[in-house]
Design a protein around this ligand. Structure first.
Ligand SMILES: *Cc1c(COP(=O)(O)O)cnc(C)c1O
Length: 432
């Protein structure tokens, strides 16, 4: 049988760099041929060879309801009839923003954009514009989209301001970006002591999904908040992945439950709020958000921002995740997946540590959970590749890289979870 994935991948590589429109899709970390998706429904997708997969990526986070949710499909179809894009305001933009504000009360105003990268980049400009300061802190292993100033080499440590991770980013552009170790309170305090009065913001993934799944400790988060307040810097929560994914109120609700009165100053959102359409957002207090054009001096704009089809998709998705019992059920299923995998790893003698919150999970081929990027890097890459391909061959699709989180959707049944665990048992018993 011809492998159509291979046929199309060869064709793609002739006209698209690496054959993909986002690098990790190319399977370069794990080797092999990327699966070209023909269609998806519920918890599954089918590739061009018609192989069925249980999908634990869900478009890297947005598809919390699973694929083709009928309520969402209907909302999108209805919106399409009225037009694709107008470049003028629509009621649905207001409704979506009101819905977001209801679910994340740390914000009073929100601006809609089209990608997480755009949202993160705009939030950074806003933080700088609102404080009149240039320097920023980000953490090793946190990804905030590919804006120049945020593409800074991990591991540069406290003493040095950033070196760009990507070619094409002038050193001058990242000279104000300070990269610190995640969960390192002493380093954070030292950075504030040295640069506190020049810092516009601290930007953080509160549960870092771009190094698989690493929680900021409560103590660390508390210090981030205290130091920002003390020095007049803004705390920017990048909840592009965690927002409406780890809990209805996002990671900020998880930390607010443990730190009295806790809230970030600016929140960056994406993924779930578009339900699979290009839609993202950033928001904060009225005073901060009114710094944006056309009211204030911080410029920001977008031809397709607040797109009517994308807002219909996002709005329907946010309504569905508020149904009674939604979070209990999805959290319990995610937890049973993680517990099942840990149990199987123990049975088969594989070093394995896993964690989850809401409908997001992560696992490491390490004896215990890491707390920063350096520790994440120690995860066994070769074993991961064996595990990845073993699962893939048997129809379980997880992220094709060691440093990526996993996602469960409302469409995943207990049978899907049980089947996944049974397949993992087979694969893990043959690892090494
Ligand atoms: C995905 C992601 C982004 C970038 O969003 P895009 O829509 O891919 O541009 C930014 N921050 C975090 C935490 C993300 O997970």
């Amino acid at each position: 049988m011809t492998d159509l994935n291979q046929t199309y991948f060869d064709r793609a590589r002739r006209v698209i760099p690496g054959g993909v429109n986002s690098p990790v899709r190319a399977f370069r970390a794990v080797g092999g041929t990327p699966r070209f998706v023909r269609r998806a429904q519920g918890a599954y997708f089918w590739d061009e060879n018609d192989q069925k997969f249980i999908d634990y990526i869900g478009s890297w986070g947005p598809m919390i309801l699973g694929h083709g949710n009928p309520v969402v499909v209907h909302a999108v179809q209805e919106a399409l009839k009225d037009g694709f894009s107008f470049g003028a305001p629509t009621l649905r933009e207001v409704e979506l923003v009101e819905e977001i504000l209801k679910l994340m009360p740390s914000m009073e105003m929100v601006r809609l954009v089209s990608s997480g990268t755009e949202a993160g980049m705009s939030a950074l400009r806003l933080a700088r514009g609102a404080t009149g300061r240039n320097k920023i802190i980000k953490f090793e292993g946190c990804y905030h989209g590919h804006a120049d100033a945020l593409l800074v080499k991990a591991g540069s440590g406290l003493a040095t301001f950033g070196n760009p991770t990507s070619a094409g980013v002038p050193a001058e552009v990242v000279q104000h970006t300070l990269v610190l170790e995640y969960n390192n309170v002493a380093q954070l305090e030292e950075a504030f002591a040295l640069h506190g009065k020049e810092l516009a913001c601290v930007m953080i993934e509160p549960i870092a999904g771009n190094m698989n799944f690493v929680r900021a400790s409560v103590e660390f988060m508390k210090r981030c908040r205290e130091l920002c307040t003390q020095y007049g810097a803004l705390l920017v929560f990048d909840e592009v992945m965690t927002g409406f994914r780890v809990a209805l109120g996002g990671a900020q609700s998880v930390y607010a439950a443990q730190i009295p009165g806790f809230k970030p100053d600016i929140t960056v959102m994406g993924k779930v709020i578009g339900g699979g359409m290009p839609l993202a957002a950033f928001g904060g207090s009225r005073a901060i958000m009114e710094q944006l054009a056309p009211l204030g001096p911080v410029y920001q704009a977008g031809t397709l921002s607040g797109n009517p089809v994308a807002t219909a998709c996002g709005l329907a998705t946010l309504k569905e995740i508020q149904r009674p019992g939604f979070w209990d059920s999805i959290s319990q299923r995610t937890r049973s997946l993680v517990d099942g995998l840990m149990h199987v790893a123990k049975e088969t003698g594989v070093d394995f540590a896993a964690d989850c919150q809401g409908a997001m999970f992560g696992f490491f081929l390490l004896p215990e959970l890491p707390s920063n990027y350096g520790q994440v890097m120690k995860s066994d890459g070769q074993k991961f590749n064996q595990l990845f391909h073993g699962l893939l061959d048997k129809g379980v699709y997880i992220a094709p890289a060691l440093y990526e989180a996993g996602f469960v959707s409302a469409a995943h049944t207990n049978e899907d979870i049980d089947q996944t665990i049974a397949i993992a048992r087979e694969v893990m018993s043959k690892l090494n």
